[in-house]
Design a protein around this ligand. Structure first.
Ligand code: ADP
Ligand code: MG
Length: 665
């Protein structure tokens, strides 16, 4: 490890941020809050927290937490910095993400998702266990980072008061015997951003000073599509092979909206390569590396490792590769111009993932990825005219998603009047009101808007409020063990079942035995049950035979342990199961997901229960083409149509009786 760390030091010394790290630690020593602006790849995330941990500000041996909007980033950055420091992950350097914690008493530098840090605040209101909080990727303006900004401003004030009181009255008098409590320290906040719009951050944090670090960026030539492309996947496929045939060596980074695009493009590249095997051998082979949030960490690591000799690496990534992680060796960028965005879908009252055009500022970030180590080329799969018509910047998440989680969390964290919370960009009145109504519907708040004890329990579960409600209802329904299984399964659903075009028929046949008359949710439970009945050393074969992804199954088991522990901490007995009875499970689902229900119409279509909007059952669902009086779904996907995923058949009556009523009973 030492040797590896020494080898990495050579590269680190060349990073623009490395050269100014002492200036930055001094700035942090002299100011409560510091804003740092530097290009992606200049060493902010890997070098600054490391330097802060070694400084003696604001106390000896400060403890540093660095937030990341994405779990992929938190994981891979912790691994990278641990390697640079020369320790194992979970030692001096660790991470905490939902369902996974690799930190210990020894950890002094921790990477955490912004959501994980928010969750810690519920038990440690003033974040006393940290001396420095680094808000990374602030330009992304994720909902949770924005919430943290509002909270941290207050926390900093309280910590300062606590510290000054302690300094006056206690300091120097010696600690009480046997007490290992840490002395109070003022809280330092460091905000890091990759885009130059620093004024907003500085204004918000009482005119905090801004450090600009000049990056080293090589020229990137931008090439536009000559005409608008109907299908960005096909355009990407052609461009990848054009690069491979005509351009000098260098890896290619392709930006696609989502995991499904990545999977289908992987399949078409593979087919294409086979078909043209004789045309390409002189150009060496292609190595395809996917990179998206839900990919297992060991798979993600492949994207960062150097390609074998005479091989061109093609990384197919979501916008996780835009600013939060840096992949070495990229010479070519292919930009689809699209990204998946969470958006509040007012008509049906929930968030859904929508594939949207990116902003100009995102497009420029993507382009920049090609010029990290030498000059490069960016292929934009859209016209220059289209580029000029894009929005300048992306709207902060807080202004386009459901605030149910945010408002519940504010209340649970002790914010009495949510209307007075100090948001950097205030969400609309309508969205705050809608969130309060939903929370009331979930019985998380009472008629006066005060959080209920039920609401507190919901906030302390690592689940979106509606799913927290589902879990809490399952105790009364007598099926908490089954619901914990189901929620763990839903967390990994996207890669749980192997569904490629080539294997679809065989997979459906093999998995026929798991199909349940009520639909997808009971089927998922059947798969898990069957999996657990198989001896550990036979599970690999079993997964292969049934077209189930072993890694995803193992993630399910891991998530389940976390949820069970969480229930134990809340003194809830989770071991009760309803066995094969589907009704309690479906009833629990309705109690949280009552807004995600639709009724069968005389013409055979389904319409959303309250908005009357047309809902189609996703072709991947076992309920596709089945007509039942009412359905419940756990996810809505918007493409050209509105698709429900994760669908079960329920009785129309259960919507009336099992859903908590907004108007009380
Ligand atoms: P920033 O936060 O400013 O975008 P980082 O600190 O993430 O920059 O990255 C700095 C440099 O460290 C990158 O340019 C890259 O060379 C290297 N690096 C970061 N993460 C990895 C990794 N997982 N594997 C290899 N190199 C990495
Ligand atoms: Mg970074």
């Amino acid at each position: 490890r030492k040797q590896e760390a020494e080898r990495l030091l050579e590269g680190r010394k060349r990073l623009p941020v490395y050269e100014v790290r002492d200036e930055i630690t001094k700035m942090v020593a002299d100011n409560d809050t510091v804003i740092i602006i530097a290009d992606t790849g200049s060493g902010k995330t890997t070098q600054i927290p490391n330097a802060l941990m070694r400084s003696s500000t604001p106390c000896e041996a400060p403890r540093v937490v660095v937030t990341q909007p994405r779990r992929v980033a938190a994981l891979s950055l912790a691994a990278r910095v641990a390697a640079e420091v020369g320790c194992g992950v979970g030692g001096l350097v660790g991470y905490t993400i939902r369902f996974d914690d690799k930190s210990s008493k020894a950890t002094r530098l921790k990477f955490a998702t912004d959501g994980a840090l928010l969750a810690e605040m519920l038990a440690d209101r003033d974040l006393d266990r940290y001396d420095i909080v680094v808000l990374d990727e602030a330009h992304e303006r994720s909902l949770r980072t924005d919430m943290l900004m509002g909270f941290l401003k207050d926390i900093q004030k309280r910590r300062r008061e606590k510290y000054e009181l302690w300094e006056k009255e206690v300091k120097g008098k010696g600690k009480e015997k046997g007490s290992d409590a840490r002395d109070p320290s003022p809280l330092k906040i460091v905000v890091m951003s990759a885009t130059i719009d620093a004024k907003r951050f500085s204004d918000f944090f009482n005119a905090a000073p801004v450090v600009y670090v000049k990056g080293r960026q090589f020229d990137v030539e931008v090439l536009y599509a000559e005409e608008a492309q109907a299908d960005y996947q096909e355009a990407a496929l052609k461009t990848i092979f054009q690069i491979h045939m005509k351009r000098p060596p260098g890896d290619v980074l392709v930006f696609l909206p989502g995991q499904d695009d990545i999977e289908s493009l992987t399949a078409s590249i593979t087919t294409y390569m086979k078909d043209l095997a004789t045309t390409y051998p002189s150009r060496g082979s292609l190595l395809i590396c996917p990179l998206y949030a839900k990919l297992a960490p060991s798979e993600q690591a492949k994207a960062f490792a150097p390609a074998p000799p005479n091989t061109r690496k093609i990384i197919l990534a979501t916008n996780v590769a835009e600013t939060s992680v840096t992949i070495p060796g990229i010479k070519y960028v292919v930009d689809s111009g699209m990204a998946k965005e969470k958006q509040y879908h007012a008509a049906v009252g929930i968030d859904s993932l929508v594939t949207e055009s990116i902003s100009q500022s995102s497009a420029m970030q993507r382009t920049g990825r090609a010029g990290r180590e030498a000059s490069g080329i960016c292929f934009r799969l859209y016209t220059e005219k289209d580029f000029l018509e894009l929005e300048k910047t992306t709207k902060p998440e807080i202004q386009r998603v459901s605030l149910t989680f945010a408002i519940l969390h504010l209340l649970a964290a002790g914010q009495e009047d949510v209307w007075k919370f100090d948001f950097m960009d205030r969400p609309s009145k309508e969205s705050i009101t809608a969130a309060l109504l939903t929370l009331h519907g979930l019985t998380a708040i009472d008629a006066k808007g005060r959080i209920t004890s039920f609401g507190r329990q919901m906030a302390s579960l690592p689940l979106e409020p509606v799913f927290a409600r589902v879990l809490l209802s399952s105790f009364a329904e007598g099926c908490p063990s089954d619901i914990i299984d189901l929620l763990s399964l839903l967390g990994s659903r996207d890669n749980l079942l192997v569904n490629t075009v080539a294997t679809r028929d065989a997979a459906n046949l093999a998995r026929k035995k798991f199909v349940h008359r009520t639909g997808d949710h009971m089927m998922l439970l059947n798969i898990l049950k069957a999996f657990e009945d198989v001896e550990k050393d036979e599970r690999k074969t079993w997964c292969k035979d049934n077209f189930v992804n072993l890694k995803a199954m193992n993630q399910v088991l891991q998530a389940r342990v976390q949820l069970r522990e969480r229930c134990e901490r809340l003194k809830l007995d989770w071991e009760v199961s309803a066995g094969d009875d589907a009704e309690p499970v479906l009833n629990s689902l309705v109690s949280g997901l009552f807004a995600n229900t639709a009724l069968l119409q005389p013409d055979g279509s389904y319409r959303h229960t309250t908005s009357r909007r047309l809902i189609n059952v996703h072709p991947g669902s076992t309920m596709h083409n089945k007509k039942v009086p009412a359905i419940l779904y756990d996810e809505l996907v918007l493409t050209t149509k509105t698709y429900a995923r994760g669908v079960s058949s329920i009785t129309p009556n259960s919507i009336r009786t099992k859903a908590p009523s907004v108007f009380g009973n």
